[in-house]
Write a protein that binds this ligand. Sequence first.
Ligand code: COA
Length: 153
Amino acid sequence: MEGNLRPVLETDVERIAEIEESSFPDPWDPEMFRILARQSGRALSTTGSLIEMMVLTHRQEIVGYAVWEQKGGEGHLINLAVAGEHRSQGFGRLILEEVLVQMRKRGRTHATLEVRESNSIARHLYERAGFAASGRVVGFYGAEDAIIYSSNL
Ligand SMILES: CC(C)(COP(=O)(O)OP(=O)(O)OC[C@H]1O[C@@H](n2cnc3c(N)ncnc32)[C@H](O)[C@@H]1OP(=O)(O)O)[C@@H](O)C(=O)NCCC(=O)NCCS
């Protein structure tokens, strides 16, 4: 398994939206990805946090992506997905590890994320990467709670 991580481009948005739609019950509006792509995968939010996005390509095809937000010492993973047909081949892990490298490069000291309680594959991925469950947000996803994970960087 090998892949290349690079900042998102506008021409990637259609494929990303496809992966997003098939990965989440509450997918992001493609416009969110487009806004990031127009700024080469790096944008400032209205609250002053830095939002970054990278895509993973494998044999010229986009197989997954991640979006993360950073402010002060914290890096917060807000989106991570791998295309259905490319899952369970180590791509999720590859993307997550690169996100953590990028956070460290920017001097962040800890990383956080939320995950659906029932998402055992993602939870396993995060635990293997050194994250530990540190809280719960009741009803974060409507009918389902979020488990908060944290890790030092
Ligand atoms: C979660 C997700 C990103 C993982 O990506 P992936 O490329 O399939 O994951 P990897 O192949 O890198 O595997 C990561 C770990 O999960 C395990 N895993 C992967 N698929 C699995 C499966 N179907 N059943 C059990 N374990 C599985 C792997 O064995 C690996 O653990 P290991 O290092 O102990 O061997 C992917 O499943 C996905 O996009 N899911 C839908 C969107 C989503 O839930 N995103 C996360 C939101 S918080």
